[in-house]
Design a protein around this ligand. Sequence first.
Ligand code: BGP
Length: 459
Amino acid sequence: MKTFPENFLWGAATSAPQSEGASRIDGKSDSTWDKWFEMAPERFNDNQGPQITSDMYHQYKEDVQRMKAIGMNSFRTSISWTRLLPDGQHLNPKAVAFYRDYFQELKANGIEPIINLFHFDMPWWLMEKGGWESRESVDTFAYYAKTAFQAFGDLVQNWTTFNEPMVHIECSYLQGYHYPAIHDFKKAVQAGYHTLMAHIKAVSEFRKLQIENAKIGILLNISPAYAKSDAPEDLRAKEIADHLNIFSFLDTTVLGQVPDFLIEILAANQLLPKTVAGDKALIANNPVDFVGMNYYQPFRVQAKLDGKQPAEDPSDLYASYVWPNRRMNEYRGWEIYPEALYDVAMLMKTKYHNIPWFVSENGMGVADEARFADKTGMIQDDYRIAFMQEHLVQLQRGIEAGSHCFGYHAWTFADCWSWLNGYRNRYGFYSVDLADHQKRTVKKSGLWFKTLTENNGFE
Ligand code: BGP
């Protein structure tokens, strides 16, 4: 029997923009997603936009019962910035009432809410002023964070500032998947730096409020880099990739310092961001209490010998590499490599002084998943059960080796909308029928999860 520590958090994660819907009612203003969908619906898979999604705005009470039914003792979602502060300044009373009731409902049913502040949903009014490219975003975010801590601090003990900050930066400024979909490495670094400072200032506001028993962290996407070989050029490529993608946020938010190696790389490529006097001290003085690690797949790298100098893209600094032994999630297109979760556990134990952490997302996306439904309509997702179990084996090894992991959250509770991908990749413990008022049906994995949580482990 593989068991997990006492009071282990078993749960699932989602975000406001992906699950709530109701994006243009009850006083909410537009995020970049609402606007972008209006401007270019053809970019979105099957023309599926953020307006309705899984309709949790209206179905949260029943959903809390569904969470309970599959044994979840914790749940992560986010607050929609544009719902809470539609103009950035004034509280929307309907949003306060909605979130208070939602969080109370979770708590009353023994489900610990972990509440995140930003999951890729930049307010349109702030985007018009430059979004994360503008330094104004730092204090504007800190004000939003403080407002949320004050409005819900009596209900929420576990807060996080950002989900996968690296993703909104890369996708907006390098890869074209998020608005404004431009390609500019220098702007990406500046937007990343402002995101980091927004996080740091939010933590500083949080500390000033001294909310009893409350903790704050950040959720990072972790795709550890594995080098093609032990040749120095490949190992250097791994170092660069890890510094840009992982250590940039982990070192600064946990250890309170920007890594020297990262500064060297940025300087050598004329990419150093503009900073403000006092930033360094703020970073040093505001470490997090815990971190969440979203893990899906590893990153395989090799040296890039002919990249442009100065680099115009991270791919000028390292090249990706296809590992000959790789195993793929054939339904989504990502490599499956559970062993990385053990490596992450050890990284947290050694380099990050054994800070408390949890797996804040892990899961298996499947396109066209309705094909796996049985006659009753239940998705027989044995592939997902196998995927999660394999990852839990590695996680448990890490915990046994002394890593301070306090929970495992699957992505996701019920199938949800996912940006340009719409509803293509399904991840939920419940399926959502878009043709029938977003009707939820538990999947086989939901039942498996219930048994897992009841036993606090598995055979
Ligand atoms: C993570 C994000 C989630 C979600 C998930 C699945 O990176 O935090 O918001 O989208 O990935 O992604 P996809 O739907 O593209 O398979």
